[in-house]
Design a protein around this ligand. Structure first.
Ligand code: LIP
Length: 280
């Protein structure tokens, strides 16, 4: 039976590649930097331009579909996932990296139907790597099939986490305390690319064993979630419960053994859900 969402996935790949070229070209020019929720939560005209390109391009092909876009939500659109086919878009994942020229920036496009993630596309545009994952059909990078690491010994792993944009001292202290406990297991190392979507693709490719973060958004992880699962990995909440796309917290790992070991060390701090309107 033909895949009803193959055309949409092919379009996601095509528009992600176009968006990536805009991002690469913009890196050569002056980048106008603006702030959103804090002085470290950055947005640029390129973020807004790329999201507009993706949404307009998709609306032209799939006019009845819905969207959740990082910059549309920042502009006031509610972040609610319905049963309608929905594109979940982070136009420039790794905006801070983009502003600084740090070479990890991704276009992340997730797609859900009936609230179930169907496919994910992550284009790491400075590396020129196209990651894709289709529910039930595997995960790939530039056509090469992806498989997570088979490591089960936590002492032989590399773990990714990010400091994120929460910068109150109590939260930063919890983040550092978690990282200290993980480092002292010990693990081989802790890394971070600065973009959740890329971090998840590194889990899917077997380059690292796990990535966890509290404070991410649905648009950061929707595409990567499909890619990790289709590469044989697992997704959980930071408390060990089921992954919840809207919860702004997540553990992705090569297997449950590693995920459970990491979860034991995570000091959880509160993060407003994506689908709960921010307090005025
Ligand atoms: C980024 C995430 C990253 C997080 C950053 C930022 P953005 O997304 O991908 O995991 O640590 O704070 O939220 O804002 O560059 O699209």
């Amino acid at each position: 039976m033909a895949d009803p969402w193959q055309e949409a996935m092919d379009h996601a790949v095509e528009v992600a590649r176009k968006a990536g070229k805009i991002i690469r070209d913009a890196l050569q020019n002056e980048v106008k930097i603006m702030c959103k929720s804090s002085s470290v939560d950055l947005v640029t005209k390129t973020d807004q331009r790329v999201e507009k390109l993706i949404i307009e391009s998709v609306k032209g092909r799939f006019p009845k579909h819905s969207f959740i876009g990082e910059e549309s939500v920042a502009a006031g659109q509610p972040c609610i996932l319905t049963d309608n086919p929905t594109w979940i878009v982070d136009p420039v994942d790794g905006t801070t990296n983009f502003v600084h020229g740090f070479p990890f920036v991704a276009v992340s496009i997730g797609f859900a139907v009936n609230k179930e993630l169907e496919f994910g596309v992550v284009y790491s545009c400075l590396e020129d790597k196209m990651y894709t994952g289709r529910k039930g059909k595997g995960a790939f990078c530039d056509g090469e099939k992806l498989s997570v690491s088979d490591q089960t010994d936590i002492r032989k792993t590399i773990i990714i986490s990010e400091l994120g944009s929460h910068r109150d001292p109590e939260t930063v202290s919890k983040v550092f305390s978690t990282m200290q406990k993980i480092l002292c297991i010990p693990v081989h190392g802790i890394r971070g690319s600065g973009t959740a979507a890329t971090n998840m693709c590194l889990v899917a490719s077997g380059a690292v064993e796990a990535f966890f973060e509290i404070g991410i958004h649905c648009w950061d992880v929707a595409a990567g979630a499909v890619i990790v699962q289709e590469a044989g990995g697992v997704l959980l909440d930071v408390d060990g419960g089921p992954f919840d796309l809207m919860s702004r917290r997540m553990v992705s790992a090569n297997n449950k053994t590693i995920a459970d070991r990491i979860i034991k060390e995570i000091e959880i701090f509160p993060a407003e859900r994506d689908d709960v309107p921010a307090k005025k």
